[in-house]
Design a protein around this ligand. Structure first.
Ligand SMILES: Cc1cc2nc3c(=O)[nH]c(=O)nc-3n(C[C@H](O)[C@H](O)[C@H](O)COP(=O)(O)OP(=O)(O)OC[C@H]3O[C@@H](n4cnc5c(N)ncnc54)[C@H](O)[C@@H]3O)c2cc1C
Length: 229
């Protein structure tokens, strides 16, 4: 990359060095990025960063899996079947590589004061859920439905035993949330494939009696679309 462009990117974006890159589930790689610029960012649990994944223009969004205030951001990237630039990047990062991204952002975040917390989503959503669940005390009331392609795609989440896990093709998240029928009054977090997110919100609001403002949603990807954000 030309030196001038590097200097411009350094001014516009945060940067660090990949210090760890390893599988955390069958198709998911955990990338740890460290650097002085990453100290004191203070992301809220569930927030994301926009990462430069290819050249200088292509960015993809990834939830912060873990954050260390001394200056380390961890991301988890799914190697999905669509194999776009984000998935290719996630697969190819090596320790020592420079990684550039924007500051943590987004309103898909934990509502810590909710009486109970319901999580619904897929492999990609599990990353944000991991940060949110890790921020909850052990006494928190947690439930939810998570769907992955295989059991090996499940991320190691805190309170995982309180969540209902299903394998794609053996049912749907819509049916799973109907079966769970969580009582209204808490906070629900729904993310992943766009149409499923919409459908699950509809069920929570129209069938389970949830206030729509208590259902926090975020479409993370959609079939045939490229980089939703
Ligand atoms: C707020 C937010 C947070 C996100 N957090 C994460 C995260 O923590 N980890 C993560 O891996 N992704 C996350 N994503 C999704 C991520 O930003 C990319 O969309 C994803 O990596 C796909 O990018 P791509 O360049 O590989 O494919 P694209 O070029 O964007 O898409 C190519 C095609 O691949 C298919 N495709 C895309 N995603 C999937 C999928 N998950 N499963 C099956 N097929 C797919 C679609 O058909 C699409 O048309 C997040 C998205 C948002 C908006």
């Amino acid at each position: 990359m030309p030196a001038l462009l590097t200097r411009v990117l350094d001014r516009l974006m945060l940067q660090g060095t990949a210090t760890e890159a390893e599988p955390v589930a069958a198709r998911v790689r955990r990338l740890r990025v460290e650097g002085p610029a990453l100290a004191g960012l203070d992301p809220r649990p569930g927030q994301q960063v926009r990462v430069l994944v290819e050249g200088t223009l292509t960015r993809r969004t990834y939830s912060v899996w873990r954050y260390d205030p001394v200056g380390a951001v961890e991301l988890c990237v799914l190697d999905h079947e669509g194999a776009g630039p984000g998935a290719r990047w996630g697969r190819s990062v090596r320790t020592g590589d420079t990684v550039r991204f924007g500051r943590p952002e987004g309103s898909f975040v934990l509502r810590p004061d909710a009486t109970h917390h319901v999580f619904v989503g897929d492999e990609t959503a599990s990353v944000a859920f991991g940060a949110m669940l890790a921020a909850l005390p052990g006494s928190a009331t947690v439930s939810g439905c998570l769907e992955t392609r295989t059991p090996e795609d499940r991320l190691p989440l805190q309170h995982a035993e309180r969540l209902d896990w299903t394998v794609r093709g053996t049912g749907s998240l819509a049916d799973a949330i109907r079966g769970l029928n969580p009582p209204p009054g808490g906070a629900a977090y729904v993310a992943g494939e766009a149409r499923t997110v919409q459908r699950v919100k509809q069920i929570l609001v129209q069938e389970a009696g949830w206030d729509r403002r208590a259902v926090v949603t975020k479409p993370f990807w959609a079939p045939g679309k490229r980089g939703l954000e």
